[in-house]
Structure formats: structure tokens, C-alpha cells
Design a protein around this ligand. Structure first.
Ligand code: ADP
Ligand code: MG
Length: 314
């Protein structure tokens, strides 16, 4: 039986800190990232790729704000779907080139993915995820009048940003379509930006003004596909305890119980390493073989066990 892999690409796989993040730059980093995954594409593994969309959704929101007087505003769920399409195209184009050059008989296809959340999620009443531009105090005051429904938070002294809810993903509505692509050897690109958050209102599905964490959505996808491994590709080679301190200790292999204890002890902050560890715990606890957290360059090596932090059952 071929292995099933869910590979979650972090921001660093597509954009780099300190760069403008132009489209050519994004294509270039995507090409580098996919080339590091080549040994996996060459294998007979069933592969789904998920990805974040932080910088891209930020830019889309700026376009929405700047264009407000000329074109209709886009709700946040539509912005997420646009980012899935644009980024899916980018990954598909790069994958086409790579597969042709390397004579790999695969194609890649993007599934616009809706992720079901609950309007009753505890996070819905407590928005905490910063999104879009940052504003000065004066700008924030004006926005409070123009957009009373926005929640703004002072992220750093004098720097304000809009915050939205980040509800827990419950169901991936296109799960069957994704599984069928995998059955035929197609690399499925899915759950971009954590998926488009939607909720049932009676018999209507409505878009939710929030964003789903891409690590948690990737974990749900991996569980639904009965994946063998969830590989979370980020900017560090491994997770660490006492991160950034002189006595920092990199982790090679930890059990779910150890991961749970470290998470509870505050070793992995919310919004960065925390959701990755949480995603790994959820995946392994429901039968996944292992969750690997590693950097792009070492992703393939990590699958053969020679790099990364491995979260294992026991
Ligand atoms: P991504 O876009 O891949 O989701 P994030 O920035 O959300 O990336 O998370 C990865 C970052 O988490 C790393 O760049 C690292 O600086 C930070 N980090 C925080 N705590 C830890 C930790 N305990 N071990 C390793 N990295 C950590
Ligand atoms: Mg992140």
C-alpha cells in the first residue's frame, strides 16, 4: 500500500522575510520548495499539499481597502478563496515544469476547499488573529467609525491591526474530491490558507469572517485521509524547548504525551509553533503514524527519519 502524506507548507516556503513578496519572488521560492520535495514526488506516495496564505491574504485585503470606492468589497471568505486559486495556480505551474523536467508521471490540481466551523466556537466571540494592514492610532480611530464591525487590537505600542476569529476546523467539505485525486496519483493542493471557513445556517452555508489555522486544517485533512504522515514544513529544522534561550534543546523525537506536556508548559507559543504541535498531537492521537516538523530543505530527509522533530504515538 503506498503511503499517504499530507505536506503543509508554511509561509517561508513561498515568501521570505525582508522581501517585498512580488509574484516572481513567490514563484521562485515555490520552485525551490517543490524541488526539495522531489524525492517524495518520485516515490509512489499519495500526496496532498496544503499551504498558508498570510502575506497573500494581507495583500488581497489591502487591494480590497484601496478599491472600496470603485468596486464591490469582498468578504473575507471570498478573499481566502481568491488566495487559494492564485496560490494553487502558482504551485500547479511550478509542479508542471518540475514533473516535465524530471519525467515524473504526475499532475497537480487545486481543490478550492471549504472548511466547516461552528458559529458557536469559543473563538468566535474572542477574535485574536491579526490580519491585513497595520494602522497608526489616528488611522485606527477613523476605522472605528467607518467600520464599526471590525475589531482592532494594538499589536505593538502605536501599531493597530484588525483581528478576526480563528475557529477550530470541524469538517473538510471537499474531502472526497481530495481523496479521489490522491487515488489516481494526482498531487492535490487543498486547504489553502487553512480553508475557507463556512458554517451552516439552517440549510444555507454561509462564509464566516474568520480564518482557520492552516496547521489545524492540515491535521484534520491528514486524519480524514487516514494519512501515514503529516509533514509540517516551516522555517526551522526542528521544534525546541526553551526556544531562543542559551539552554535551548532541539527535539528529534517526542511522544504525544511529551508533546502535550511541553505544550501545556508553554514551550510552544500560540500563532507559531503552538498550532503545529497541537496539529501533530491531534493527528497522532487519532491513529497517524507520525507528525514531522521540519524546514523545506530537509523535508524529504525527514521522511526517511534523518531530520526534523518527529511526534510519535509512544
Ligand atoms: P509558518 O508560516 O511555517 O506557519 P510560523 O512563523 O507560524 O511559520 O512558525 C514557525 C516559527 O515558530 C519559527 O520560525 C520559530 O521562530 C518559531 N518558534 C516559536 N517557538 C518555537 C519553538 N519552541 N521551537 C521552534 N520554533 C519556534
Ligand atoms: Mg504559522
Amino acid at each position: 500500500m503506498p503511503e499517504t502524506l499530507v505536506i503543509a507548507l508554511g509561509g517561508n516556503a513561498i515568501t521570505r522575510a525582508g522581501e517585498i513578496g512580488t509574484i516572481p519572488q513567490q514563484f521562485e521560492h515555490t520552485a525551490e520548495t517543490l524541488s526539495h520535495l522531489l524525492p517524495l514526488f518520485r516515490s509512489d506516495a499519495r500526496i496532498a499539499i496544503t499551504h498558508g496564505n498570510g502575506p497573500q491574504i494581507g495583500n488581497i485585503l489591502i487591494r480590497v481597502e484601496e478599491g472600496e470606492r470603485r468596486v464591490p468589497r469582498l468578504p473575507l471568505d471570498t478573499c481566502v478563496s481568491d488566495s487559494q486559486g492564485g496560490m494553487g495556480y502558482m504551485i500547479q505551474r511550478i509542479a508542471c515544469e518540475l514533473f516535465r523536467r524530471e519525467r515524473i508521471r504526475r499532475t497537480a490540481a487545486t481543490i478550492i476547499t471549504q472548511v466547516l466551523v461552528s458559529e458557536a466556537d469559543p473563538d468566535m466571540g474572542h477574535p485574536s488573529k491579526p490580519i491585513g494592514s497595520s494602522y497608526t492610532c489616528a488611522e485606527a480611530q477613523r476605522i472605528r467609525i467607518d467600520k464599526p464591525h471590525w475589531e482592532l487590537r494594538e499589536i505593538e505600542p502605536g501599531r493597530w491591526r484588525r483581528v478576526v476569529a480563528s475557529p477550530h476546523p470541524l469538517e473538510i467539505l471537499e474531502e472526497d474530491a481530495i481523496a479521489r485525486l490522491l487515488d489516481t496519483g494526482i498531487v492535490a493542493i487543498a486547504c489553502g490558507g487553512g480553508g475557507i471557513p463556512v458554517a451552516w445556517e439552517g440549510d444555507r452555508l454561509v462564509g464566516v469572517e474568520g480564518v482557520v489555522d492552516k496547521d489545524l486544517a492540515s491535521s484534520l485533512l491528514a486524519r480524514n485521509l487516514h494519512a501515514d504522515r503529516l509533514i509540517i514544513v516551516t522555517s526551522v529544522d526542528r521544534a525546541a524547548i526553551r526556544y531562543g534561550r542559551p539552554d535551548q534543546c532541539w527535539l528529534d523525537r517526542i511522544t504525544v504525551a511529551q508533546a502535550t506536556a511541553f505544550l501545556a508548559a508553554g514551550e510552544f507559543p500560540a500563532g507559531s509553533m503552538g498550532p503545529k504541535i497541537e496539529a501533530g498531537i491531534e493527528f497522532v492521537e487519532s491513529g497517524g503514524r507520525e507528525c514531522i516538523i521540519t524546514c523545506t530543505e530537509r523535508a524529504a530527509e525527514a521522511v526517511w527519519g534523518q531530520a526534523g522533530t518527529h511526534i510519535v504515538p509512544s
